[in-house]
Structures are given as C-alpha cells and as structure tokens.
Design a protein around this ligand. Sequence first.
Ligand SMILES: *Cc1c(COP(=O)(O)O)cnc(C)c1O
Length: 428
Amino acid sequence: MNFENSLAFAKQQDAQDTLAEYRERFHHPVIDGKQVLYFTGNSLGLAPKSAKDYVNAELDDWAKWGVEGHFHATNPWVSYHEILTPAMAELVGANESEVVCMNSLTTNLHLLFVSFYRPTTEKFKIISEAKMFPSDRYLLETQVKHHGFDPDEAIIEVAPRDGEHLIREEDILAAINEHQEQLALVFFGGVNYFTGQLFDMEKLTQAAHNVGAIAGFDLAHAAGNIPVKLHDWNVDFAAWCTYKYINASAGNVGAIFVHDRHGDNTDIPRFGGWWGHNKERRFLMENSFDPMTGAEGWQLSNVPIMGMAVLKASLDIFQQVGIENLRQKSLKLTAFLAFVFNDIVELFPDIQLEIITPSDASMRGCQLSVKLVGTDKRFFSALTEAGVIADFREPDVVRLAPTPLYNSFEDVYQFGQTLKTLLAGWQK
Ligand SMILES: *Cc1c(COP(=O)(O)O)cnc(C)c1O
C-alpha cells in the first residue's frame, strides 16, 4: 500500500474505513480542556459509552430484587459469566467450554500453574521470554520456589542476541530442544508487552508438545489485538486481562482458556471453590468437590456483576465488529503510523528514534515500541504535554498503540504533526 503523510490522505482513509463509526462508541479523554491523541489502548482501553447503561441496568436490578436478582435479574447473576462466554470464546478462537471470565490475570495464571506446572525432579524447567512483564516473572519465580526448585536453574529465558531487540524464533526452538529432557512448560506472552513482538503460538505449542512439555500463554497484549486460534493451535492453557485491548475498565475480571483435552478431565489437580463445583448441585452445599468439566471447573467465586456488565458492553462491540475485520484495519493503521513516524524522524538526523517492534506485520499487533536514542524520558514528557497519551517503559522505550476500534488515520497523521513540532524544538 502506498501511504502519503498528508491530512487529505488520512481523511480519505477514514472515509473508506468501514469501522470508522466505532470511534464514536467510545469516550475520548479531554485533558486540561484539550482533546488528546490516545495511543494507550495497550495499557487501558477507552470507555465504551454503552458501559454506563449496562451497569445501570444491574444497579436497577439490584435495587429492585436484592438477593433475588441472582435468579430474577434480567440477566440472572448466578449465570452472568455464562452470557459472556460466547463472545470471549470467539475472540480467542476457542470452544465455549474452553473459556470462562473470572478473577484477574495474575491470579488466574497462578491457578492454571497449579494444574499445568507440576514439576518433577526429572522435568521441572520452564522456558520463557526474557524481559517478561514483571508480574509474569514473579509468577514463574514464586511457582518454581513453591515446588522447591531453584529459579536460576528452572527458568530458562530466551533473550534477544547481543545488539538485537527481538527474540529469534530459532533461538526459542533451539532452547526447547536443548532442555527437552527436563522441560515441563513453555510459557510465553502471545505479544511481548515491551517490544510488541508477536510469537508464533502454534509453532511454539507444537515444539513444546514434541518434547512432552505443556504450552501456556499470557495473552494480555494479544486478546482483542490479534486473532488467535487457541483451540486449533492446540494450546494447553492461556489467560488474559480485559482492561487493555478489551476496554473493560481498570482491573476488571480476566479470562482463562483450558483446552478441552484437559477440561474434560476432572481429575486434573486444581484449587477448588464453589463456583467450579457441579452447578446442578452447587446450592446443595455438599462437602465433596465435584468440578465441572471445561474451563468453568477452574472457577472459585461468584463473579463481580458490575465489572462483568462493563465487560459485556465491550464484548458486544467486539462481536459486532469481528476480530478479523479489526485486524484488517489494524494492519493498515499500524503500517500508516510506522510510515508517518519514519517520514518525520528522517528529517531530524540528530535524534535517533528507532522502532524496535518487528517491521514484518505478521510479527506484531498494533503496538509500536520506539527506542529513544540520543534523547531521554524528557522527550516522552514533552510528548504527553503536547497532548499525546502514550506510555514510557524503563529504561528508554515509548509505546504507541493505534487501536483500530477507536483510533483513526487522522489521529495518526496528527500525531506525526505533533512529533514534527516537538523534534524541531528539540534540536535547538
Ligand atoms: C498487563 C499485564 C499484566 C497485569 O497483571 P494483572 O494481574 O492484571 O494486574 C500481567 N502480565 C502481562 C503480560 C501484562 O501485560
């Protein structure tokens, strides 16, 4: 596609964009009286305007019914999580039996590790990416220690080669091969939060299975960003949050995937709670835990309805749009950002700003990570002051996520203009 860094071109792209109307379904922040350019859907998605009505409906039902709302609310609370499952399963390419919305991301990963990381003295190693999101790294460290192993020995991190920013797939496969005798688990982010690198989850799963290991993924930066096919790829388990690309509000309920292969086996060890118990008998208050089949058998607690209502508002939008359509727009929008960015940065050779996210669109979602060379965090602060909401990750990376659901081509063009003004001032 031939891009042009002009307002006319950006407007023309927006006019042709069949998803353009969705922009208006979200609240766009106005900070200090100024409409900002919001490129942080990878950290906290914008608020769907419809969310208020969904929450109000539940508040009204609570007022009207009290505890009876569990059974008599318009969407009975006792089964509220079930009405979210079809949309969530579709979003990640799963059977409905394989997905459930519950708890939060790190909590869910710990619960899944209870079931799927059961190390023995022979097989106890975990292969993961270097520079994981800290919470995931703490998860690995504490799980390994919990089982009495040494994190330094048990956690094998695959890092970019010297002088490179991205992890080579061949190096991951080589590590799996090298450690195969002792390998229990391959655990990766679907999309790395720092670099925006998308991993080939199907290939990594296959490689893990070939050596008798389990494959699990953290989809925090993948869910709602790229189409995934967890069932077909034969992934063993996955978990993700819903407040990034899924726009379901800060800290809201996450979701898990457990492949039917495992979900059908109620003998798999797990931590139990009443919400995972045979739902026909849940209210008989029996003593002995009888887990449901499928992902629902990993639930512990009844769900927070207000959060779930926001999540439903957002998932309803995803169902209308379709993740494949979103990806088509995303490919174009992110490529346009890369084009505009490079077009402007070229004008200022003294300041090197380098996109470290893969230039190959099949190896990234919508995030572009920019490494600041020859400048520092003050540059990021200046960007914020100029009305661009991006984020900064230590030590030197600015992350920009043009989110196809609510960002426009014109947003990207305007970002370029802001960048240009900023860089022109910076040189002086
Ligand atoms: C955002 C994010 C988290 C956050 O975890 P919570 O338990 O939701 O606070 C964890 N891991 C990754 C990879 C993330 O991107």
